[in-house]
Design a protein around this ligand. Sequence first.
Ligand SMILES: [Fe+2]
Length: 180
Amino acid sequence: MSRLTIYNDANAEKIAEYTSYEDIARILADAGLRFERWQASQPLAAQATPEEVLAAYDAPIKKLMQERGYITVDVVSLHPEAANLEAIRMKFLDEHTHAEDEVRFFVDGSGMFYIHQDGKVLMLLCEKEDLISVPAGTRHWFDMGPKPFFKAIRLFNNPEGWVAKFTGDKIADRFPKYEN
Ligand SMILES: [Fe+2]
């Protein structure tokens, strides 16, 4: 189940925790983040191709692209047997920003987002059928855990411009890692 845990950013003290979709979506909306649940228009096999995945979520993808001006979409996946997992996990484990929104829809699997703003860290466990959009310029980091497993749809304004700009703040070290 998806879970939102809110911490004080200065001392990593837990302030609140939510598990209902309504609570999570409302609190994230207040913080300027989009959180939605999407349902596939047809059943998807675990081995579904990217084309089949995109077809199953065609309607909500098109709606979001139109609303936010995203121009490209792709599907990425990672399995616990993949090579170089530790290096891949480390890539987004420190606080950073992007010049673009970070939009992820979890077709399968899970991952932990950490959003740092207004004196708080919002730790959001995303699971199957969750969509999260982290606005451009928002301080955040992402942990896929030691045994990464996810298949995710990504939407971009400009995939070439989608690079992480690290803040240099080691705040991520003071917060719980994702132990999937
Ligand atoms: Fe990011």
